[in-house]
Design a protein around this ligand. Structure first.
Ligand code: ATP
Ligand code: MG
Length: 410
């Protein structure tokens, strides 16, 4: 992509109506744009990042047999009444259609997925199954001040699994847990993310959250450093020790929930009368699990934890481009490198803008935060190549022209 053609420009001033760091910097760098509290447009750079996060999630859901679907976002009142959540789900956005019927914008999808699965999963032979979607969710969040961390319109990956018995759910639940950790590892968040025990509801003692440490986080967790697990503030009141080793010496930290998994048991299958035939021809209740993860919140989280005073430092796996190629008045030579990179499927943002000073190009590159900066100038060409610098380091070197492709294609 040529930067001269890019839809967005970077912005120098901190947006006045935005208090959260992640949104401020994402707006300044041109990744997102604010529409209102907790409502953002995703722009070309931002959508590239979001899509990369989503594709990592898709990849890992495929390893645990998750099948992708896309459910309706406009949901009728009746299904929410069936589960008694029309009046009890505080953050539900409600609206009236011109058929005078009431609807809610999808805030979560148990009420849609259970009647859906009931149509197809009727026999023990059809179980287990697991379906998921990546979709915009709507919640009338009272505190939408944390940028992408708490949207009123935000992206969620929500997966739902259906099982013939508890043992099968228990086993699948552990597979999902492992898949989630693979996702956080691929996002560069592994070391900062803790499996966190929280209260489980009627069907299990605990549910599990995945909490990433950041001062911007809105949750308080209590960490056992020996076991690398944590306990959520809500359960610390009744459960003030490590669930793994019983250690009472836990450290409090601020964190943000980047995912959670939950054994639903028969709560929703009962409500919608979803049963399957076992191998004796007897009707049995279906056992369910649900598994949420927040791609847009993760994007904000990554920005909160990987940055310096100059801008964002994207992990390579989700960077908008791998390389930011800067031409300092050497567009012809730089363009040849650009074309060669593209030919080799190496993602590159090419700052070919002729009227922009070198200092501004450097500042933009740091703000946008691609993993590698390549600079082409008369000086570097004289030294036989281009200057290369990894975003987080201050070390620069010269890489010969004929080694660039080799260095970046793997
Ligand atoms: P929180 O306690 O932070 O409000 P939640 O318990 O309401 O989260 P779920 O309903 O389980 O979250 O949603 C699944 C995932 O979706 C969460 O783990 C989180 O990553 C993401 N998520 C939830 N609410 C928001 C939001 N308002 N903005 C962005 N992401 C969200
Ligand atoms: Mg919530």
């Amino acid at each position: 992509m040529k930067q001269s053609q890019l839809f967005t420009k970077t912005i120098k001033e901190i947006p006045k109506d935005e208090t959260s760091f992640n949104a401020q910097i994402l707006i300044r760098a041109g990744f997102v744009d604010k529409v209102g509290a907790g409502i953002y447009n995703f722009l070309p750079l931002g959508l590239r990042v979001l899509n990369k996060i989503n594709n990592i999630v898709r990849d890992e859901m495929a390893t645990i047999s998750g099948q992708e679907v896309l459910m309706a976002a406009l949901t009728p009142k009746e299904v929410w009444q069936t589960t008694d959540r029309w009046d009890n789900f505080d953050a539900l956005f409600k609206l009236v259609g011109n058929d005078d019927k009431e609807y809610a914008l999808g805030a979560t999808h148990e009420e849609i997925v259970t009647p859906l699965a009931k149509k197809f999963l009727c026999s023990y032979k059809e179980l287990p199954k697991s379906i998921y979607q990546i979709q915009v969710k709507f919640r009338n969040e009272p505190r939408a001040k944390a940028g992408l961390l708490r949207g009123r319109e935000f992206f969620m990956k929500d997966m739902y699994s259906f099982h013939a018995n508890q043992a099968d759910l228990d086993q699948y639940y552990e597979e999902v847990k492992a898949a989630y950790f693979r996702i956080y590892a691929r996002l560069g968040l592994e070391d900062l993310t803790y499996l966190t025990y929280s209260s489980g509801g009627a069907f299990s003692q605990f549910s599990h959250e995945f909490q990433t440490l950041t001062e911007a986080g809105e949750d308080h967790i209590y960490i056992c450093s020996d076991c690398r697990v944590a306990v959520n503030r809500e359960i610390i009141k009744e459960h003030n020790f490590c669930p793994v080793c019983q250690n009472k010496n836990l450290t409090e930290a601020k964190a943000i929930e980047v995912g959670n998994i939950f054994k639903l048991g028969t709560k929703f299958s009962k409500a919608f009368d979803m049963k399957y035939m076992d191998d004796n021809g007897q009707a049995q209740e279906v056992i369910m699990g649900c598994y949420g993860l927040g791609p847009s919140r993760i994007m904000g989280t990554v920005v909160e934890v990987f940055n310096d005073q100059r801008g964002i430092i994207w992990p390579e796996s989700i960077a908008p481009f791998k390389i930011h190629l800067l031409s300092l008045k050497e567009n012809e030579a730089a363009n040849e490198i650009y074309l060669e990179l593209i030919k080799n499927n190496i993602e590159v943002l090419f700052d070919d803008r002729e009227e922009i000073a070198a200092g501004e190009k450097f500042a933009d590159a740091d703000l946008i935060g691609c993993p590698y900066r390549l600079v082409v100038s008369a000086k570097t060409l004289q030294a036989g190549g281009v200057e290369i610098k990894a975003r987080p380091s201050d070390q620069m070197g010269i890489i010969p022209l004929n080694q660039i492709i080799n260095k970046f294609s793997h």
